[in-house]
Design a protein around this ligand. Sequence first.
Ligand code: SAM
Length: 389
Amino acid sequence: MPEFPYSRLRRWPDVEAENLQAHDATDLLLVARALAEAGERGLDGTQIAVIGDEYGAVTLALTDAGLRGIRVHQDLATGRRALARNAADLGLDGFASHELDAALLDGARLVLLQLPKALAELEEIADAVARWAATDVVLVAGGRVKHMVLAQNEVLGRSFSRVQAQRAERKSRLIVASEPRPVSETPPFPVSAQHEGLTLVAHGGAFAGARLDIGTRVLLDALRLASRFLSEERSDETKGVREPGKDVLDLGCGTGALAVSYALAHPAAQVIATDRSAAAVASARATAAANGVADRITVTQDDAASEVATASVDVVLLNPPFHLGTSIHTGAATRLFEAAARVLRPGGELFTVFNSSLGYRAELTRLVGTTEQLHRTPKFTVTRSIRRP
Ligand SMILES: C[S@@+](CC[C@H](N)C(=O)[O-])C[C@H]1O[C@@H](n2cnc3c(N)ncnc32)[C@H](O)[C@@H]1O
């Protein structure tokens, strides 16, 4: 059989660059191991689940090898769109996408996993596999050796009795876990925590977990200092006037800390909270409900607010990512600045927090409009950009 054409895979709509590929050596190891296991154990595609398949390399290589009916879960909207597009380009179908739930794992006897960066995400996935897959399931988890830590084995060991690290090959390594342990009655995620009048609820894969990120806190403080959080609605009510509420977008909402804080401080605001991560979206929905503002916050899974209409919002709140994978790359933040510029009405405001060393001010001015520094701590800068007409 000709080798699967990995080099034809694309990351699009995720950031593309010469040094960024749509597959890696771990994908190749996972595929080789899966083909061997499927052969030895007589598995068909319907008994295989793939989790964390970034751009679809594992799912598509196995589908191409004749395994039909594979179930796949990808956390990111960008990865889901890339998989769909790569499949169409290669003329492949016959696999099904799922959330991280019972439907993904029911009856699965082989689960392939690209190890996530966060241990909490791994813990939620390991529990899900032990909870819902077949009792003879084998979980094969792979990663780049330089990103792997012993704690990953320990986390897997909480859900599986046997955990065996394999010898590294081409700077990647597989860990094989089997014999699922009994699971607790309620899943370990989501978790929640209280922060001065705000409850945050988090699934394992959500940024910062149930903690309030320092950058997020600095942005919230800056908004309060700038009197944004002295609710116009409330002060106007005392004058007998009620201003219409603003349309607000929390772009890359994570657990929804910014969206929910804004909604709590502005009772007339209508907020959209959007993120490309399914774990973030599920967390933000739960956070909105836990704080009693679910009726004013619409949470969507989307890439860079692509489904939000052009020139339709008054305020964008943004704490952008600045790590892409594990190499620092600012392309991901630029995409969100461009998205903010597109969805803001002329005169609308973008509030951004970023690591001061990144110096985004010139870029924000160019892409959005006049940008002033609202607040600066030793580590973070908060800016306000006004959308040019
Ligand atoms: C630094 S976190 C901030 C999360 C949250 N706003 C907070 O302040 O706690 C950045 C978030 O942006 C999301 N993100 C990154 N790229 C995105 C994209 N292209 N479209 C939507 N969300 C994105 C990430 O999934 C992550 O949740």
